[in-house]
Design a protein around this ligand. Structure first.
Ligand code: SF4
Ligand code: SF4
Length: 395
């Protein structure tokens, strides 16, 4: 196989946030100290080397950046201050754009005007839809009781005039399912592209067919537990990440798949399953948001010292979505229909662009790429093990 050097790789990586890599003199300290690296798969130094040499095709087949959880221990120990942990982060952004066949991921990561414009357009469409459908402001102010149920709570599904509550829920639910299909279409096609680059294009290994099934549990297990992260010295990173991931996944699943059961007119007791799940998810998201916002402002931890614009956009969108969701809940319980409805529209105007942009093209996509990378890594490991056995038997 011909190995091509890409002289433009450094310039490309600079667009994804690379600062300087030439400080690295390959002492190997970072790899020796990394709690996640393995003898048969050494990182982060290998990735630094590939990047320095301009081997972009090899980098695209390499899943190492996804195996790193950015604990920052390697950067703390680098004698040259070369920030290897941050380089892994840059490579994850670059790989996300490399897997994405639409080119949107690259635009969103490297041109902030694209991301802001996309967020603005989607938000404007959501607001425009509701501006004509919400009850008149004077009616909400003069006759708020008409929008309350017999428990005194706001009837959330009656916020649209001309559509009865049952049908309003149908429309919202259909919109959710369409959104989920769009996201799944982009994400699955990008994962197939990742599979092509990582597994099919890597001619050094041949994956035994059986391994696709026997190793599959790793994908599910690592998605559900983020267990690799717990091997880093600072366990609070893993706890924060797990709370964020489980909270987000619960809310996403409830909103997209089970909205008619989740968003009901009745004000249920606090111990009802819908509210318990909602409170858990809110706690997880708020814990992560407070922790990461303070960390990034203070720059106290190595992993939070460098913030790319995409990190802040993610935090701001997630923060506004969470806070507006909490406010909708409070306004509903306290019987304030106008505030509930207006805040709900604002909530949707932030939530929908966040999901449509961040999940398939930006920061949230790592929730899918990382477990798949772990899965692909173990497929290759199984293939090498089998090849070694065959070689040994033949010798
Ligand atoms: S990044 Fe730092 S610790 Fe790692 S090999 Fe380079 S100089 Fe050594
Ligand atoms: S940031 Fe942590 S997990 Fe990532 S390469 Fe460095 S030491 Fe390993």
């Amino acid at each position: 196989m011909i190995t091509r050097v890409n002289p433009g790789l450094k310039k490309d990586l600079v667009e994804f946030g690379l600062q300087d890599w030439n400080d690295c003199f390959h002492c190997g300290n970072c790899t020796a100290l990394c709690p996640l690296t393995r003898n048969d798969n050494l990182f982060p130094r290998k990735g630094i080397r590939l990047a320095q040499m301009g081997l972009s095709e090899k980098l695209a087949t390499n899943v190492d950046p996804w195996l790193c959880y950015y604990c920052g221990e390697c950067s703390d120990s680098c004698p040259r201050g070369a920030q290897p942990g941050e380089l892994m982060m840059v490579l994850r952004r670059w790989l996300t754009a490399t897997y994405d066949w639409t080119g949107l991921s690259r635009k969103f990561y490297t041109r902030k005007s694209w991301e802001f414009s996309a967020i603005g357009i989607i938000a404007a469409v959501i607001i425009a839809i509701f501006v004509f459908l919400l009850p008149p402001a004077n009616d909400l102010a003069s006759n708020p009781e008409a929008y309350l149920n017999d428990q005194g709570g706001v009837m959330i599904n009656s916020m649209v005039t001309g559509i009865d509550s049952e049908h309003f829920m149908d429309y919202i639910h259909t919109g959710d399912l369409i959104m989920a299909l769009i996201i799944a279409g982009f994400l699955i096609s990008n994962i197939l592209n990742m599979f092509l680059k990582v597994i099919i294009n890597d001619k050094t290994v041949r994956i035994p067919f059986r391994s696709y099934f026997t190793e599959f549990w790793r994908l599910i297990f690592n998605f559900g537990t983020q267990a690799r992260f717990s091997k880093c010295d600072n366990k609070s990173y893993w706890v924060g990440h797990l709370l964020l991931m489980t909270g987000y996944t619960i809310l996403f699943t409830m909103i997209v798949a089970f909205l008619p059961k989740f968003q009901i007119e009745e004000i249920t007791p606090w111990y009802n399953w819908q509210r318990i799940l909602g409170y858990y998810a809110t706690f997880g998201l708020m814990y992560f948001l407070i922790y990461t916002t303070i960390g990034r402002i203070r720059k106290s931890d190595q992993k939070m010292r460098f913030s790319h614009p995409s990190d802040w956009i993610f935090i701001v969108l997630l923060g506004l979505t969470t806070i507006s969701g909490i406010l909708v809940h409070i306004f509903r319980l306290t019987g304030l229909p106008a505030m509930t409805y207006y805040t709900y529209v604002i909530h949707l105007a932030i939530l929908v662009p966040m999901i449509l942009i961040e999940v398939p093209f930006s920061k949230w996509s790592h929730l899918a790429y990382r477990p798949f990378a772990i899965y692909f890594d173990h497929l290759k490991k199984a293939a090498r093990k089998k090849a070694a056995k065959v070689q040994f038997a033949a010798a």
